[in-house]
Write a protein of this length. Structure first.
Length: 159
């Protein structure tokens, strides 16, 4: 005859479901953390870097070189902002490359800026991403507009 002690040895332990629940919670939490890190690295960080680069380019408006008119510099900055907005698509350029680009811009902007700075930015975009390379077709239009006196752009306040 079975006694109570014999039956408890053959029955499953009562805490198995607690251990399974804890293991499931750990796996789900780890998956969420890994997913959040992946989304931050592949989507959010490139977007943040792109916004920082855009702000750097916008800062050029306040640094007009003396050899350029207000209208010419407005055109140069506006075309460069268009280059940024139409070619620097986050998924085309990874975070490390964007971070290095942002750092090079910061170094370049530490000194005086002029039209060579604008052309350098355009060259950098051509190297950084396929959209930047394709957008180079607008460089002659920008240069023609600047040579013709510039202007015609709204929303950029050049002193």
């Amino acid at each position: 005859m079975n006694t109570i002690d014999d039956r408890s040895a053959t029955l499953p332990k009562r805490g198995w479901w607690l251990r399974a629940l804890a293991a499931t919670a750990i796996v789900l939490t780890a998956s969420l953390v890994v997913g959040a890190v992946w989304v931050d690295h592949t989507v959010l960080k490139p977007h943040r870097l792109g916004r920082q680069i855009e702000q750097q380019i916008k800062s050029l408006a306040m640094r007009r070189p003396p050899e350029m008119t207000k209208e010419q510099w407005t055109s140069a900055v506006a075309w460069t902002l268009n280059l940024h907005g139409n070619s620097l698509i986050s998924f085309q350029c990874d975070s490390p490359k964007l971070g290095k680009f942002r750092d090079r811009l910061e170094e370049r902007f530490a000194g005086p800026v002029d039209m060579t700075t604008i052309l350098w930015i355009w060259d950098e975009y051509a190297r950084a991403c396929p959209g930047g390379a394709k957008y180079q077709r607008f460089r002659p239009m920008m240069l023609e507009e600047i040579e013709a006196g510039g202007g015609g752009w709204a929303g950029i306040d050049v002193p």
